[in-house]
Design a protein around this ligand. Structure first.
Ligand code: TXA
Ligand code: MG
Length: 318
């Protein structure tokens, strides 16, 4: 089933030129990519994911010079952020050029653009005469994939190729920043912390899920879900006692000193939130194969990537 996994970039370029889908590695999560300017190819992405058409896609580029083909009236602050973080885990929401197909933007006047930081996907993009539209390569509402195997487990051979770039080094989706005039607005917390963004452009507005639901449908409250029920806890041992008749998997920050769990996954013994981000989704995928009754996840400190990690865990609750 895994024979679609490949390291052959030229083969993937050919498939994309033929308007077929290819799953591609990025530093955040794997994407399900197609020629952004071919409506039929992009439509296949929606079909494959079971994604509603009101949810717009991010367009991936390899050179800031491509921005002018996609966006116009680009705010000064956007260029500053692109300069600081690209290639990297930042998506900019910008006024779109008329030539960007409506299927990409869900009919909105804006387009999301990002330059991913993965050498294989940058090389892939450089050999293509078009940018790539790519959402995360998971079925709608499920946990994003951070390895080629995760993608293969979701879609098997229904995707013509999965470009294998190893495990994702950031492990959380990009931070999405739009603009209210020249003022940056964060629509999705992600792989670049709010603190890092504020170091470049000063104070930003961060919209909560309720505020952003109509703006960025990917911020829908139920998202990123494992099939196993998940709860967030401030006191793991107490939660284990409360649910003592269940088979429980624990997602812990740095301690394994709990009793009553079937399995304990320690995400970063050295208490490093970047490391937690890198392994979080892979750990959720792994726990999901164990048919547990419940996952109890520790609440992380609301600083740096901890805030993005808590955001994903809140949406994974079910
Ligand atoms: O890290 C990432 O961003 C990954 C990799 C593959 O690049 N992609 C990703 O795509 O997470 P996706 O489709 O799973 O999430 C994209 C989010 C959605 O919440 C969508 O609503 C939002 O971006 N988005 C895209 N274009 C938008 C626009 N014009 N206005 C508002 N939100 C937009
Ligand atoms: Mg997604």
């Amino acid at each position: 089933m895994h024979n679609v996994i490949t390291k052959d970039i030229a083969h993937c370029q050919q498939l994309l030129k033929d308007n077929q889908l290819v799953a591609v590695p990025t530093e955040t999560v794997y994407g399900l990519a197609a020629n952004a300017f071919d409506t039929d190819a992009v439509n296949q992405i929606f079909e494959m994911k079971g994604r509603p058409h009101f949810n717009p896609l991010i367009v991936h580029i390899h050179d800031t010079g491509q921005l002018k083909d996609l966006a116009k009236d680009i705010p000064e602050e956007a260029l500053k952020l692109a300069k600081a973080f690209w290639p990297g885990s930042l998506t900019l929401i910008l006024p779109k050029q008329a030539t960007v197909p409506d299927i990409i933007t869900a009919g909105k006047p804006t387009v999301g653009v990002r330059m991913p930081n993965h050498p294989m996907t940058l090389e892939l993009l450089k050999g293509l005469p078009f940018p790539l539209a790519a959402p995360s390569a998971n079925p709608f509402t499920r946990v994003s994939p951070t390895s080629a195997e995760h993608v293969a487990n979701y879609f098997g051979t229904r995707i013509p190729a999965i470009l294998d770039g190893g495990p994702c080094q950031v492990g959380l989706e990009s931070t999405i920043v739009g603009f209210d005039g020249n003022t940056p607005v964060v629509y999705r917390k992600g792989g670049i912390s709010i603190e890092s963004i504020e170091n470049v452009v000063g104070k930003v507005t961060v919209l909560t899920e309720n505020d952003t639901a109509p703006q960025a449908p990917g911020m829908l409250l139920k998202h990123y879900s494992p099939s196993t029920p998940l709860i967030i806890s401030d006191d793991i041992q107490q939660s284990l006692i409360t649910h003592n008749n269940k088979r429980i998997g624990v997602l812990s920050f740095y301690s394994d000193d709990f009793s009553g769990a079937e399995i304990i996954k320690v995400l970063s013994p050295s208490k490093n939130l970047d490391e937690v981000a890198r392994v979080l989704f892979a750990t959720l995928h792994e726990l999901d194969t164990l048919h547990l009754d419940l996952i109890i996840a520790e609440r992380f400190p609301e600083e740096g990537l901890g805030s993005s990690i808590n955001d994903r865990l809140r949406r994974a609750q079910n």
